[in-house]
Design a binder for this molecule. Structure first.
Ligand SMILES: Nc1ncnc2c1ncn2[C@@H]1O[C@H](COP(=O)(O)OP(=O)(O)OP(=O)(O)O)[C@@H](O)[C@H]1O
Ligand SMILES: [Mg+2]
Length: 504
């Protein structure tokens, strides 16, 4: 047999099972309402059984009391004819009428057998109706119901509120018959009650719970088929119960998800466009690189001074475009760290910013000449350049509204142990609220027209790749301050010893 066919059949079976699990329940007892219906019937029947036990016990006592009372009425009349003994025929009729086999009247400490017929030699059970307790009557009733029917029993009890007592002997066949017919009636009534209750509960629950739940599951199902279709978002009701709240949450989640999906789609499209532009830009820059390489040979001192900077700038641009292309597949490349002089790097940033001297914006650096930082020079350059560029852009815009203000960008740095802290500070307008709320979040944080909102996100990603931190510092004066902390790479003892070996 073909193995592939086999596996596909198996997976088809699994997916069919999965989809059948996601579809609506089938069959009357497959759904919640059917299960609830069944449960209600069972529970009501259970309750009926609990009610049935004391009621059948009670019914039995009433039946026996009836017999006892009828016998007592006859006994008192017969006793009135004292000392005459009743003719046999009359005795038989009395016993027939009272449904007993013997009647004994107890009075003033003596017992008198008033009527008797075919008196059995012994009785199977005897019951005193003077004091009855519920548990014992329930046991007696069950006993009669299950095992009785052909037993001779003796029952005695008081006659009204007199001090006389009456005692009868009888067969329990009729009693058991009456109890069975009583039980059948109770059973039929119980079934009717439970069906009636279950139907009421079924409709109530169906209306209050099942329908809203079905609405939620239907909405989830149709939404899952096409999450981008706005018409498929659930329209929640205004109820206050848990299901209405769940409905509102679901609707909220669906619209949030839709927004995110839309954003993702836009980002993917943007990413593709950027990659395309970038691809061609890299080619153009490569040509510029080739041409500017030749500038090095020109003798003009001015050209000689600027050519290396121009070359480095173009190199850097080519580097960025290549990296952005690779960003499509992965994230930023791992930093290639070495110890570099921070001051040189900051000077490069200042040169690239090319602050117009006429603009009134100062750039000040407070960095020790020998301060070294253990970092990837390209990546750290991008971090500080992004921060300084933001500050510069903010100060330029600030200058238009507040031309007389002091506008300064200050970059300072200190080393403490194995950590270098770098601060980029400006005296501008401070971070706008929107930028603060979405700080370091790509595409969200821009509060500047023409800004993409990537600068700070990139800076953060690069600093984190160095194992460092970047944070916006709250400061009392106006302006914005960012603080970066970059720790040196830890040096293992093995590396240290190997280095010593190489150096020696
Ligand atoms: N020094 C600053 N002073 C005032 N606002 C700032 C400062 N730095 C950042 N911001 C605000 O933070 C926002 C986000 O900056 P971010 O660099 O992430 O994006 P962007 O500058 O808008 O776009 P780009 O991706 O081109 O850098 C900016 O739009 C700006 O409103
Ligand atoms: Mg920026």
């Amino acid at each position: 047999m073909d193995m592939r066919q086999d596996t596909s059949a198996a997976s088809g079976g699994a997916s069919a099972k999965g989809s059948s699990l996601l579809s609506r329940p089938t069959g009357i007892f497959g759904g919640l309402s059917g299960k609830l219906l069944l449960l209600t019937v069972v529970f009501v029947m259970l309750a009926e059984v609990l009610i049935f036990l004391p009621s059948i016990a009670n019914m039995r006592i009433r039946w026996l009391e009836d017999r006892l009372n009828t016998a007592a009425a006859a006994a008192i009349v017969i006793d009135g004819l004292q000392p005459v003994e009743l003719p046999r025929e009359l005795q038989r009729e009395t016993l027939m009428a009272t449904g007993t086999r013997a009647i004994v009247l107890r009075k003033d400490g003596t017992s008198r057998l008033l009527a008797t017929a075919q008196m059995p030699s012994s009785v199977d059970d005897q019951y005193d109706l003077t004091n009855v307790s519920l548990p014992s009557t329930i046991c007696d009733a069950l006993d009669t119901l299950l095992f009785g029917g052909d037993r001779i029993i003796r029952v005695f009890g008081p006659v009204g509120s007199s001090n006389m007592g009456v005692e009868v002997v009888l067969r329990d066949t009729l009693l058991r018959k009456a109890m069975i017919s009583y039980s059948i009636n109770v059973f039929l009534v119980s079934i009717l009650i439970s069906l009636f209750t279950a139907t009421l509960i079924f409709f109530a629950i169906n209306r209050i719970m099942i329908r809203p739940i079905r609405r939620l599951t239907d909405s989830m199902q149709t939404y899952a088929e096409d999450p981008e279709d706005e018409r498929r978002v659930l329209v929640p009701d205004n109820g206050r119960d848990e299901l209405s709240v769940a409905g509102r949450h679901l609707a909220n989640m669906q619209s949030q998800l839709q927004k995110t999906l839309k954003q993702q789609k836009n980002l993917a499209a943007l990413g593709l466009a950027v990659s395309k532009i970038n691809h061609d830009m890299r080619n153009i820059l490569s040509s510029a690189q080739l041409m500017s390489d030749r500038l090095v040979d020109v003798d003009d001192p001015m050209v000689k001074r600027f050519a290396p900077k121009l070359l480095r700038t173009i190199d850097r641009a080519v580097g960025y475009t290549t990296e952005v292309l690779s960003y499509g597949q992965t994230s930023e490349s791992a930093p290639k760290r070495r110890r570099l002089r921070l001051q040189d790097l900051i000077e490069e940033v200042r040169d690239i910013l090319a602050i117009d001297p006429e603009s009134g914006i100062e750039f000040s650096e407070q960095i020790g000449r020998d301060l070294e930082v253990d970092a990837d020079s390209e990546q750290l350059f991008r971090v500080i350049h992004n921060l300084c560029r933001n500050a510069h852009q903010a100060l330029v815009a600030y200058g238009e509204t507040e031309p007389d203000s002091i506008r300064r960008i200050t970059v300072s740095a200190h080393r403490l142990g194995s950590v270098v802290g770098i601060t980029v500070d400006d005296t501008g307008p401070g971070m706008p609220l929107k930028a603060r709320e979405n700080l370091f979040t790509a595409f969200r944080g821009s509060a500047r027209s023409g800004g993409t909102g990537l600068g700070l996100a990139i800076a953060r990603e690069l600093v984190l790749a160095h194992g460092g931190t970047i944070a916006l510092v709250e400061k009392p004066a106006a302006g914005t301050q960012f603080r970066i902390e970059i720790p040196d790479r830890p040096v293992s003892l093995d590396d240290y010893r190997n280095r010593n070996v190489h150096e020696n």
